[in-house]
Design a protein around this ligand. Structure first.
Ligand SMILES: [Zn+2]
Length: 479
């Protein structure tokens, strides 16, 4: 009985920011903050999350019987609970990224369905674990006494784990949470051997695992990018600003000597503040969250226009409409008003790095009443201490933009199954609206920002897309 008892230590290294969100966001006057889950001050990856993901991976490679044998059954049925799992997750430990620490923040806004732009007062700050950080996962393998596992069960389990590359944590549908096994250690103890038994009896917990395991060869290289279901080439045709929510101070007064919006009172006259574009590794990006938000919003609009049933819900929470099923939903309420159901989306939008340089643009908005340049004090007149200094300044926005550039929208199928054809048709129809200038990417799209041209050659023809949608709504003909 050599292979009845084993320990495995797996190092999962993150290729993208990720992490598990704490339950319950924190709101204040600046917006909503979504922290990561912590335990004893350290970032926490719940063992149940890891176990569920590994179970799904083994099921995909070996089939449902192997998944039940190794991980037990899932279900509330008392009979199901009798199927004891051989593989358990004992502990998870965070290993911070060497160069960029353990966490960073990402900001975003909710997409306003009425204005077709970022909703006001919905700035969300999400804490995410930095890319390059790792999780050490401690796994146990124990076969009940009197049971004999197949001779190849243990080596096959190690083989499966070595090629595990899970998408973990929140935001996996917006380009977050991709991980891979960068290192692995494994070992078994034959407890009928007195020397092994002594090791077993004199160590426990992670120490016992460390005493038993030796390095198991894994490829160790990051896996290739996920294969996209659609990869759509985009060209920026009007300056695009996807803000990071951060501003920086730049030398040189804003044109005509005024300061820009949001400038603190002590800012020197020869400085101004600039709203930064979102970047990743020093490159401007259109984050997956923006692409998903604007595409979902436009697809909801199309489905409402053709009176699809069930009609897309207005708060992304019903769980029954097409967009909830494909893009995910959260916070569905039961009859007591408590959120009970949520589901991850089945299509993933990755962050899109932009090839193109950033520049800045300054705007002086027109005062709707006087017809002149709006004054800063109009926003600040509830603050008497600032009135004297601010009265003379025009209200200017300076922002970083990408004027010319290209990027690619990469969509990954996370299990679309029967919804694939309709989604492809709806993407084709939504992109027609982008290319007609009805919809844009990033901020100030209602003022001409963020126009893009999206290549459609890999999607259905427009007439085929219309026919697919017509069949879906049961119109049986043209729309
Ligand atoms: Zn819905």
């Amino acid at each position: 009985m050599t292979d009845h008892w084993g320990r495995i230590i797996v190092r999962l290294t993150t290729l993208e920011p990720g992490g598990i969100g704490a339950p319950g966001p924190v709101a204040d006057d600046k917006g909503v903050h979504v922290p990561l889950q912590r335990r004893g001050g350290a970032l926490h990856l719940p063992p149940t999350t890891v176990a569920g993901s590994l179970r799904a991976h083994v099921r995909a490679r070996r089939g449902p019987d192997a998944a039940v044998r190794l991980f037990g059954k899932i279900g509330d049925d008392a009979k199901d609970r009798a199927a004891v799992s051989r593989v358990g997750v004992l502990d998870t430990r965070m290993v911070p990224a060497a160069d960029n620490g353990d966490t960073e923040t990402r900001t975003g806004t909710a997409h306003d369905r009425i204005r077709g732009a970022a909703a006001n007062q919905t700035l969300r700050t999400m804490e995410v674990a930095s890319a390059g950080s790792s999780w050490d996962i401690y796994l146990s393998y124990e076969v009940a006494p009197g049971t004999t596992p197949a001779a190849d069960e243990w080596p096959e389990l190690l083989e499966d784990i070595a090629c595990w590359a899970p998408l973990l944590g929140r935001g996996v549908t917006i380009g977050r949470g991709r991980t891979y096994v960068s290192d692995m250690f494994a070992g078994t103890l034959d407890l009928s051997d007195s020397k092994n038994l002594l090791t077993f009896l004199t160590h426990h917990g992670p120490d016992l695992a460390a005493a038993v395991v030796t390095r198991y060869a894994v490829p160790g290289n990051p896996p290739p990018p996920l294969t996209p279901r659609h990869e759509l080439a985009c060209t920026i045709t009007q300056a695009t600003h996807v803000g990071s929510g951060e501003t920086y101070t730049a030398p040189g007064g804003a044109p005509n000597g005024s300061t820009s919006e949001g400038a603190p009172p002590n800012l020197d006259d020869d400085q101004h503040q600039v709203a930064a574009v979102m970047q990743s590794a020093g490159v401007p990006i259109v984050p997956g969250s923006s692409l998903k938000g604007v595409m979902r919003s436009r697809i909801e609009y199309i489905l409402r226009s053709v009176k699809s049933t069930p009609m897309p819900c207005i708060d992304q929470s019903c769980g029954d409409c097409f967009t909830c099923r494909v893009f995910g939903f959260s916070g569905r309420k039961n009859t007591n008003g408590d959120p009970t159901r949520q589901a991850r989306g089945r299509i993933r939008f990755e962050d899109a790095p932009i090839t193109g340089a950033t520049t800045t643009r300054t705007h002086a908005p027109i005062d709707r009443f006087t017809g002149g340049v709006a004054q800063q004090t109009r926003l600040r007149d509830n603050d008497d201490s600032m009135r004297a200094t601010r009265e003379q300044f025009g209200l200017l926005h300076t922002r970083e933009v990408v004027e010319y550039g290209t990027f690619a929208i990469r969509l990954i199928d996370l299990g679309l199954d029967g919804d694939d054809a309709l989604l492809s048709a709806l993407l084709r129809l939504a992109i027609e609206d982008f290319n007609d200038g009805l919809v844009g990417i990033g901020g100030s799209t209602t003022r001409g920002y963020g126009r893009v041209f999206i290549e459609t050659s890999t999607l259905p023809e427009l007439s085929d897309a219309q026919a697919t949608l017509a069949r879906h709504v049961g119109a049986g003909g043209t729309i």
